[in-house]
Design a protein around this ligand. Structure first.
Ligand code: ARG
Length: 460
């Protein structure tokens, strides 16, 4: 018997209808959660005197056997069953007979699938969070090693002010740290147990929902039974969080692609994390970055699919909701593939510090500091801004940096320039005098890094 229903039907399901309706092709990956939930449900039915102790034992043993057989490849989850719930129940009945037929007492596939998906997603949240924390560890190691690796900071992709690699990477640390806290937040709302909601209106059996919730590691049972079988908010929330995380990885990828370009040469990807061209022998391409950037679209699409599937649904369960699985699995799989690869790529990448530093010295990244120097000598900032603007124009013509002019040349623009200007506009001074909290100056950065390390350690 591959089907759980059929009593009120007089005809076989049309084959195309069966294929269209079935979800076993993709929900088979819920087998562990389905069996785990069924074991606890049976145990609870026994404790409540709804099933006999013998039946409960037989069910638990039977389910254990199915689990062991699937995990050791002795049993295959085949397409003749409608979904994973039918597969498990039908096989249990094959193995233990009548006791197996009692498992579904006080339960519906509606609350069963709601439970399975929550258990699966909760585990995925933990895994994604763990991988993100590992990526943060890689980023923080790089930050610690690069507090004096100077590079240009950009706005509009134009050189703006000098900074350090540690500071630049620190921005990504913050983004991914927020992602981790978002995962933790959504886990809190997700961690309520829907089993016991039945088809939608609870049940007449004296179920102990609190027991089931506690056994399965939930904080509590869900409240309204209609909401319990209709709610997919926790998935939408997780997919939103994954979309934001992927957007962060995509921005990071984009920068690395630019930095890895022939024109920039700030970084070089390790051979193990790059690919070549079939025609151009000189090529070494940053494919991991490009793929991560490309895969963001899938995750956004997954979120959009589910939002759209849910938007017109009346209460309570509707078959549309079976469409939650493929996008959810795809988004989880995509993120789980991207995050560790990204960490591996970062930790093996070579940073060309001398190229970065040279680039930081070109492009008048010290122009703000030159203006600040004049402010220090009593010139109002707006006037200083004008003076340095004219000075930059002169430098462009002369093909020189501000620091390469003679004091005589500088004095043509303002009598306030003195010998000490050269130290004031040096790269090291420009960076290390920026000491506001969160700025790249070495002392400010050291504090930031220590705080990041403390936060990261506290997550373990
Ligand atoms: N395969 C279904 C799903 O994934 C399980 C729930 C079926 N419930 C029902 N009333 N047909 O949503």
């Amino acid at each position: 018997m591959a089907q759980l229903w059929g009593g009120r039907f007089t005809k076989q399901t049309d084959e195309a209808v069966k294929a269209f309706n079935d979800s076993i092709g993709f929900d088979k990956r819920l087998y562990r959660q389905d069996i785990q939930g069924s074991m606890v449900h049976a145990r609870m039915l026994g404790r409540q005197g709804i099933l006999t102790a013998e039946d409960c034992q037989a069910i638990e043993k039977g389910l254990q056997g199915i689990l062991a057989d699937i995990e050791s490849d002795r049993m295959e989850i085949t397409a003749e069953y409608e979904d994973i719930h039918s597969f498990v129940e039908a096989n249990l009945i094959d193995r233990i007979g009548d006791a197996g037929k009692r498992l579904h007492t006080g339960r519906s596939r509606n609350d069963q699938v709601a439970l399975d998906m929550r258990l699966y997603t909760r585990n995925a949240v933990d895994e994604v969070r763990r991988e993100t924390l590992h990526l943060l560890d890689v980023i923080l190691d790089l930050m610690e090693k690069n507090t004096d690796t100077f590079m240009p900071g950009f706005t509009h992709l134009q050189k703006a002010q000098p900074t350090t690699l540690a500071h630049h990477l620190g921005a990504y640390f913050e983004m991914l740290r927020r992602d981790c806290t978002r995962f933790a937040d959504c886990r809190v709302r997700m961690n309520e147990c829907p089993l016991g909601a039945g088809a939608m209106a609870g049940t007449t059996y004296p179920l102990d929902r609190a027991f089931v919730a506690a056994e399965l590691g939930f904080d509590c049972a869900t409240r309204n039974s209609m909401d319990s079988v209709s709610d997919r908010d926790y998935l939408l929330e997780f997919l939103s969080d994954l979309s934001i995380l992927m957007m962060h990885l995509s921005r990071f990828s984009e920068e690395l692609i630019i930095w890895n370009s022939n024109e920039y040469r700030f970084v070089e990807m390790d051979d193990a994390f790059s690919t070549g061209s079939s025609i151009m022998p000189q090529k070494k391409n940053p494919d991991i970055c490009e793929l991560v950037r490309g895969k963001v679209g899938r995750v956004y699409g997954d979120l959009m699919s589910l939002l759209t599937a849910m938007k017109g649904l009346p209460l309570a369960y509707n078959k549309d909701m079976q469409e939650d699985k493929e996008p959810a699995f795809d988004a989880i799989d995509t993120a789980m593939a991207c995050i560790p690869l990204f960490a591996g790529m970062l930790s093996t990448m070579k940073f060309n510090k001398d190229v970065m530093e040279k680039s930081a010295m070109r492009g008048f990244t010290n122009a703000t500091d030159a203006a600040d120097y004049l402010v220090g000598k009593g010139v109002p900032f707006r006037d200083a801004h004008g003076i340095i603007g004219r000075l930059v124009l002169y430098c462009i013509d002369a093909g020189k940096g501000i620091e390469e002019l003679s004091l005589g040349e500088l004095r043509e623009f303002s009598g306030q320039f003195d010998e000490d200007v050269f130290e004031a506009v040096s790269l090291r001074a420009c960076v290390n005098r920026r000491l506001t909290a969160g700025a790249p100056g070495e002392a400010a950065m050291a504090e930031e890094i220590a705080a990041c390390r403390r936060w990261l350690e506290a997550q373990k």
